[in-house]
Ligand binder design. Sequence first.
Ligand code: ZN
Length: 247
Amino acid sequence: MADKIRVTIWNEYRHEVNNEEIAKLYPKGIHGQIASFLSEESDMEVRTATLDEPDHGIPDEVLDNTDVLLWWGHMHHGEVRDDRVEYIRHRVYTGGMGFIALHSGHHSKPFRALVGATGNLSWGENQHEILWNLKPSHPIAAGIPDHFHLEEEELYAEPFYIPNPDDLILGGWFEEGYIFRSCCTFTRGVGKIVYLQPGHESVPTYYNPYIQRIIKNAVRWARPNDFGYEIKNEAPYVRSALDPDAK
Ligand code: ZN
């Protein structure tokens, strides 16, 4: 395991290019804004990747050297090549790479492949959201008050078709009466997965200090363990563990 957490922030990076208002809000792209606050952390080494780069910016050698992959995609999930999705799954399941699905990443190919669900949900207009801290003991909730407000966020509403999460960290309440599982975790193979709902492209969510803290916490939580043995992608036949010659 490297000393620093090697973070790759992946972004579809089309809204910021095609829409003036969104470009004003995120002049360096959503990935650039997330990179700017993660780069301030002395234990993180940050790079970014986008859809239109060769291999979407995530060839095998980048993924092999990524401890935690953050994923923001929205309109163009279908353009992500299946071989990249399969390699991400391999890295999470057997390499322990952490995966953080941001906002509309609930419908991304990698998130759906990793957790094994459609990720479907209901959605609506931007509105006031209150995020409730449901699990103050969890490392991802460190430094987060019992609740905080986002003046405006896109409505995401239950039912959210995901497998039962290991931990539910934030509950979202929206002013039109809807609720949502806004931050939750999963484990698959030896890898850790986080889903975080706030982060719509037309609102300044990634400038919010609590959201930034949650993302920093999530990166640290999702980094691979220093495994005490080699994790192989196999299902070996074994003999008695009590027999010293059995292997
Ligand atoms: Zn959105």
